[in-house]
Design a binder for this molecule. Sequence first.
Ligand code: NDP
Length: 256
Amino acid sequence: PGRWALPGKTALVTGGTRGIGRAVVEELAALGAVVHTCSRKAEELGERIKEWEARGFRVTGSVCDLSARDQRERLLREVADRFGGKLDILVNNVGTNIRKPTVEFSAEDYSFLMATNLESAYHLCQIAHPLLKSSGSGSIIFISSVAGVVGIFSGTIYAMTKGAINQLTKNLACEWAKDNIRANSVAPWYITTSLTEKLLENKGFEEQVVSRTPLGRVGEPGEISSLVAFLCMPGSTYITGQTISVDGGMTVNGLY
Ligand code: NDP
C-alpha cells in the first residue's frame, strides 16, 4: 500500500482554490499528504480550507499573489515554518492566459504572463530547493500545457511560458538529480475549470477543440491530479525530466 499512498508527505500546491490546483490539493490530501496552498482571494481560500477540514484533509493556506517576488519569499518562509524546513512535493500550478493575436499584445501583457506563469514557478523552485533537498527525496511537478508542446491558437506568450517550463523541467531534472529531486511536467489539453469555462460555453469553440481530440471530449481536473499524485509516489522514482501530455490524444493526432 505504501507504493500508492503519500502518508505524511508534505506538499506545496500553488493556486489550490479552483480548477486543477484544487483537484491536486484534494488528491494529495486524500492520499495522506499534508498540504499547503495559496491564492489571491482570502475569502475563497478560507471557504476551501473549511471544506477540506470538514473532509478530514490536512490543508492550510496563505493569501499571496505569486506574480510578486516578495510574496513568493514570504510564502516559502511560511512553508518552511509549517513543515520544519523540509518539503517533499512542490506543485507549480498557478498560471493564466490572455488570448490575442501576437501583434496586439502589449508590454504589460508580456510582463504579466511571464511573471505569473514562468518567473513565479522558476523562483519558487529556487527558494524551495533547500527544503526539497532536506526532505531526502523531492518531487517538483509543473502544470504546463500542450500549448508548450505543439502550436495551438492559445496565444503566443502563454505558449512561450509553457515551452520554457518544459525546458526548465529537463534542466532541473539533470541539475538536481544529485540532490534526489525529480522534476516532471504535466501538459493538459482543455480541462473544464474557471479558466476555460467561458471559452467552452461557446459550443462552436468546444466542437473545434473536441474535433481535434481522439477521445472526443475535454478533460476534468481529476484526470490531471491523478497523474500529479503518481509522479510524487514511490512508484515513479525513475521518472524525471519528462513532459507528459494529458490530452485525450490531441498531440498525437496528425490527421485521422
Ligand atoms: P483556474 O484559473 O481555474 O485556477 C487558478 C488557480 O490559481 C486559482 O486557485 C487562482 O486563485 C490561483 N491563482 C491564479 N493566479 C494567481 C496568482 N498570481 N497568485 C496566486 N494564486 C493565483 O486555472 P486552471 O485550474 O485552469 O489552471 C491551472 C494551471 O493549469 C495553469 O497553469 C494553466 O495554465 C494550466 N492549464 C490549464 C488548462 C485548462 O484547460 N484549464 C489546460 C492546460 C494547462 P485566485 O484567482 O484567487 O488567485
